[in-house]
Design a binder for this molecule. Structure first.
Ligand code: MN
Length: 424
């Protein structure tokens, strides 16, 4: 389905008065409002192609119907999101789930929806039907050079697909590790992985980045070969200036201080990008901001501070992606919620009085420092985010409009009730 311009105009018209009432506080009383609105308009969050279908667990999967059956339909879905919120202007593909048969046509289709291609993702965590060697005991770390060769070639093929689509980054997430003590020689696994990554790194075009993503556990439960930000940073540092650490919020042990990790990586010039999601226990697929919104704000507080300290462009110099695919919500509604939660945390971080915060820190005024952060976090910035959407051509309330237009019902009508998105 295609969203018509009048749908958004009618919706915004019907909510204009209430919106203006809430916004007037900002435009009349807060000097920072205009620059924050502009930064929100510029800030785009990439949607992963695998988040457009209902995820599952190893116990079951309950598709909701109308899920995209092809890469073209996935692009159409991200186009819908972007039309509604004007903040989802990029798509992140997973190879081999989303191999474009005609890269030029796919690129044109994406451009029609105002989308660009963000980082491309390789997959050596499952076996494909036509592949010669198995990744059961790892890919880039494998004891058998033939398996490593296959995984290296796959990553290089992913780069080729990305080049054809106009992407400029490769995300490598490895499930490599071990499930039981004694299974793996940690030092050999590290060296083999590094050697394999070096070959992939050598195949990167000049303007490309490589993101090395870490994860504390799952699918391997005793050790992960890229298990934390320390090992990711070690690989990225050894690889060279085009390699960076990628932080996936759900890939930490419980209660990890992610904001501190982010601050140090950014300070060292080695933070490449983000995968947004949320988690309660050991999961990594819940809607961003649904469980720990204060943590998300504290992370953005470090991001804004660190990016400004290095003179980085908030919108362009780091990779911003969602990585979540869970079991019970309509995936498109979930993504609208995730994008909004990210925008809210970003807007609140932009509100922090940094001069006063530094003064409080230098004076060891702990109470004042906490007050300054919580003052920003407890400010309702929803009118600012809605205004940014409105000015960019999106809907004041994307989720409400999505439901009002019965988008899911229409997608089920077009695609059927029993469709299952390709991917996980
Ligand atoms: Mn991830």
């Amino acid at each position: 389905m295609q969203l018509e311009t009048h749908h958004i105009a009618d919706h915004n018209q019907s909510r204009a008065e209430a919106h203006q009432r809430k916004l007037s506080y900002w435009t009349n009383e807060v000097a920072k409002a205009e620059p924050i609105i502009q930064k929100l308009i510029d800030f785009q969050i990439a949607i992963p192609s695998w988040a457009l279908g209902t995820g599952g667990t190893r116990f079951g999967r309950f598709p909701g119907g109308g899920e995209p059956r092809s890469l073209e339909e996935k692009i159409a879905d991200v186009g819908l999101l972007h039309a509604l919120n004007q903040a989802s202007g990029a798509i992140s593909l997973h190879i081999p789930w989303d191999i474009p048969s005609d890269a030029q046509a796919i690129q044109q289709l994406a451009a029609q929806h105002g989308l660009r291609f963000d980082a491309v993702n390789s997959n050596t965590f499952q076996d494909q039907p036509d592949q010669a060697a198995s990744y059961k005991f790892g890919s880039l770390q494998h004891t058998d050079p033939a398996v490593r060769r296959q995984a290296i070639e796959h990553n290089i093929e992913v780069i080729r697909h990305g080049v054809a689509l106009g992407s400029d980054a490769l995300t490598v997430w490895l499930s490599d590790g071990s499930c039981f003590p004694g299974q793996l020689n940690f030092r050999k696994a590290f060296d083999r992985t590094l050697e394999s990554l070096e070959e992939i790194y050598a195949a990167l075009p000049d303007n490309w980045k490589m993101f090395v993503e870490y994860k504390a556990f799952e699918p391997n439960f005793y050790s992960m070969t890229v298990g934390d930000w320390g090992s990711s940073l070690l690989y990225a540092s050894k690889l060279g200036p085009k390699a960076f650490t990628l932080v996936d919020l759900g890939h930490h042990l419980p209660n990890a201080n992610i904001e501190q990790i982010v601050a140090i990586l950014l300070h060292e010039g080695k933070l490449g990008g983000f995968h947004f999601n949320d988690s309660k226990y050991g999961d990594d697929d819940l809607t961003a901001g649904s469980i720990k919104p204060y943590q998300l704000f504290l992370i953005f507080n470090e991001l804004v501070d660190g990016m400004d300290a290095r003179g980085l462009d908030h919108a362009r110099d780091l990779g911003w992606m969602i990585d979540a695919s869970h079991n019970v919500k309509d995936p498109l509604e979930d993504l609208l919620q995730s994008v909004e939660a990210i925008q809210l945390a970003y807007a609140q971080a932009l509100l922090v009085d940094r001069v006063a915060l530094e003064e409080a820190r230098e004076a060891n005024d702990v109470v004042r420092a906490q007050e300054l952060l919580q003052d920003a976090f407890r400010t309702d910035v929803r009118p600012l985010v809605a205004e940014a959407r409105r000015r960019a051509g999106g809907a004041l309330q994307p989720l409400a409009l999505f439901r009002q237009l019965n988008v899911r019902g229409q997608l089920i009508g077009e695609r059927g009730a029993k469709t299952v998105a390709t991917g996980l």
